[in-house]
Design a protein around this ligand. Structure first.
Ligand code: 3PY
Ligand code: MG
Length: 248
């Protein structure tokens, strides 16, 4: 069964915490890029530097941040730095999801505190409503509890997408990523998340971290997949060079 449309987008995932690496990824013109501040090396200063650098890259694409948590202070700080979107890990309930989107939106939609520091990046906030409309909030579904509540989580006002973390989800369900990806029964975990997102009018996004898994996720109906990471590209390139040297 092939559900994907040609419009499914491909994202790059950066863990290394280095603006130059982000610019190298952007040079390949992916559809979007994620800076990983949960498990990657990005901290406040490297997120700020990478966001500023990426604004001046040719062919600007959205740059998102996967935050370490969903606290209002973390989300507000990253959005003030000019992130186009946030990917929030370990969302397990609709209540948690509502608190996250509220923290990302200025009143009346939410309770984000106003900080005009995106002026530093040369982009003034024209109005709070425009700023709210420009922010994309993606809620990570990566535990058995999140899967149980996935329809209510998807119905959260202000969410742009659900974002599957297959590695944590497989661990939480006591299975493997390969088994998760192989299962396309309508009530299987990944089709359930895709269906819940689409029914609520959200995008289904996810982490693949490799092209083969990314293509499979596209087949399963995902609209947007992070298909490669800076670390895996370096590891693959280094391994190929070493192998070529030893075989020659
Ligand atoms: C997961 O697969 O759990 C992720 O969070 C990907 O980074
Ligand atoms: Mg995870």
């Amino acid at each position: 069964m092939t559900l994907h449309t040609e419009s499914a987008s491909l994202g790059a995932w950066s863990s290394l915490g280095e603006p130059h690496v982000v610019l190298s990824l952007l040079a390949a013109r992916p559809d979007w890029v994620v800076l990983d501040a949960q498990h990657g090396a990005f901290d406040g200063s490297s997120v700020r530097a990478a966001l500023l650098a990426s604004r001046h890259a040719p062919g600007r694409v959205p740059v998102w941040v996967r935050t370490p948590d969903g606290s209002p202070s973390t989300l507000g700080a990253v959005l003030d730095m000019g992130a186009d979107g946030v990917i929030v890990p370990m969302v397990e309930s609709a209540e948690q999801a509502r608190a996250i989107t509220a923290a990302c939106m200025y009143p009346p939609q939410g309770s984000r505190s106003f900080g005009p520091s995106t002026l530093l990046s040369g982009e003034a906030i024209t109005s709070m409503a425009d700023a709210n409309a420009a922010v994309a909030v993606s809620l990570m579904i990566e535990t058995a509890a999140a899967l149980e509540d996935v329809q209510r989580i998807a119905a959260t006002d202000g969410a742009e997408s659900l974002f599957v973390g297959p590695f944590d989800l497989a661990a939480s369900l006591g299975t493997t990523v390969d088994a998760l990806l192989a299962d396309d029964a309508p009530d299987a975990p990944l089709p359930r998340v895709v269906e819940a997102a689409h029914t609520a009018g959200l995008r289904a996004r996810g982490f693949a971290g490799g092209l083969e898994r990314a293509l499979r996720m596209r087949e399963l109906g995902f609209d947007a997949v992070a298909g490669f990471t800076d670390t895996s590209l370096i590891q693959a390139g280094a391994a190929a060079a070493v192998a070529q040297w030893r075989e020659a």
